[in-house]
Design a protein around this ligand. Structure first.
Ligand code: NAD
Length: 291
C-alpha cells in the first residue's frame, strides 16, 4: 500500500492528552499522599539544547502539578558532588523522580551516576535495574523516548505484532530499548547502526521504521517500503535558507509520499518523551498511595 496522504502521528496532541490525564490522576492521589509529586532535574554545564529540554520538562511539570526541584551545576561539578546530591534526593520523601539531563560534560561518568539513582525514582528509565527489567519483560520504569514511540503506535492502533521493524541506532538511550520494546510487542526486529552495510536495503524491509541515528534527513524516499510506518526520533539543528531549524533523521516531505503513517519533527516523539517522563514520575508517586 502506498499513501499519498499519510496520517500524521501527532505527538504534540497525544502528549497534551496524556498530560491532562496525569493531572486528573494527581488530583485524585494528592489528598491521600498529602503532597504533590516531585521531580528533581539535575543539569550540569551550559549545553544550550539541554537547557531547552530541561525548561520544557519543567514547564510540563507545572502544567500538571508536579513540583520540580531543579538543580543546576556549573560545568566543573565533580562526580562526588553529584553522587552526594543524588544520594540526598534518594532519601527525600518529596521526590518521586530523579533525572540527570544527558549528555554530561566529558569528565563525568554518566553510567556511574545513573547507577546511584534509586531504581524506583529512575524517571528516565535508564538505570540498569529498569533496563534489565525491560530485557526480562518485567514491569518497571521504561525509558521515556522508546516508551513514547510505543505509546504513539498504540494510540493510532498500529500493532507491531508480526510486523518487520527496523530500528536505526543502537544507543542505550533510544535504539536498544526501543528495539526491545518492539520485540516485546511481537515485532520481528532488526537493529541497524553505523556499521550496517546497505542500510537502504535493510530499511526497505521495514513495515515499521524507527530512525534514531542523529543524522539530519538521512532517510530518503528510496529507503522506504511503500505503506511503511515511519517514526522519526532524530532531533537535529541545521541551517536552512539562512535560518536555524529543527529537522529529524527522515527527509519528511519525500518520505511522507510513500509512508502510511509518519511522525513530524518537531511535534512527534519530542513531546511524547516529556509526557512519558511525567508519566513515570506519577507512576512512582501513585505507588506511595499503596505503600
Ligand atoms: P547516539 O549518537 O548515542 O546514537 C546514534 C546511533 O545511530 C548509533 O548507535 C550509531 O551506530 C547510529 N548511526 C549513526 N550514524 C549512522 C548511519 N549513518 N547509519 C546507520 N546508523 C547510524 O544518539 P541517541 O542519543 O540515540 O539519539 C539519536 C537521535 O535521537 C539524535 O538526533 C537525538 O537528538 C535524538 N533524540 C531525540 C529524543 C526525543 O525526545 N525525540 C530523545 C533522545 C534522542
Amino acid at each position: 500500500m502506498s499513501a499519498s496522504n499519510p496520517r500524521l502521528l501527532d505527538g504534540k496532541a497525544l502528549a497534551k492528552k496524556i498530560l491532562s490525564e496525569l493531572k486528573i490522576k494527581i488530583d485524585q492521589f494528592q489528598p491521600k499522599i498529602g503532597r504533590p509529586p516531585g521531580l528533581a532535574v539535575l543539569m550540569v554545564g551550559d549545553n544550550p539544547a539541554s537547557a531547552v529540554y530541561v525548561r520544557n520538562k519543567e514547564k510540563a511539570c507545572q502544567k500538571v502539578g508536579i513540583a520540580t526541584m531543579g538543580q543546576h551545576f556549573t560545568g566543573n561539578a565533580t562526580q562526588a558532588e553529584l553522587e552526594q546530591v543524588i544520594a540526598q534526593l534518594n532519601q527525600d520523601e518529596r521526590v518521586d523522580g530523579i533525572l540527570v539531563q544527558l549528555p554530561l560534560p566529558k569528565h563525568l561518568d554518566s553510567i556511574a551516576l545513573l547507577r546511584c539513582i534509586d531504581p524506583d525514582k529512575d524517571a528516565d528509565g535508564l538505570h540498569e535495574v529498569n533496563l534489565g527489567k525491560l530485557v526480562r519483560s518485567e514491569s518497571g520504569l521504561r525509558s521515556c523516548t522508546p516508551a513514547g514511540v510505543m505509546k504513539i503506535l498504540k494510540e493510532y492502533d498500529l500493532n507491531p505484532a508480526g510486523k518487520k521493524a527496523v530500528v536505526i541506532g543502537r544507543s542505550i538511550l533510544v535504539g536498544k530499548p526501543v528495539a526491545l520494546m518492539l520485540l516485546e510487542a511481537n515485532a520481528t526486529v532488526t537493529i541497524a547502526h553505523s556499521y550496517t552495510s546497505d542500510l537502504g536495503a535493510v530499511c526497505r524491509e521495514a513495515d515499521i521504521l524507527v530512525a534514531a541515528a542523529g543524522r539530519p534527513e538521512m532517510i530518503t524516499r528510496d529507503m522506504i517500503k511503500p505503506g511503511a510506518i515511519v517514526i522519526d526520533v532524530g532531533i537535529n539543528r541545521v541551517e536552512k535558507e539562512g535560518k536555524s531549524k529543527l529537522v529529524g533523521d527522515v527527509a519528511f516531505a519525500e518520505v511522507a509520499e510513500l509512508a502510511s503513517y509518519i511522525t513530524p519533527v518537531p511535534g512527534g516523539i519530542g513531546p511524547m518523551t516529556v509526557a512519558m517522563l511525567l508519566s513515570n514520575t506519577v507512576q512512582s508517586y501513585a505507588k506511595k498511595a499503596k505503600d
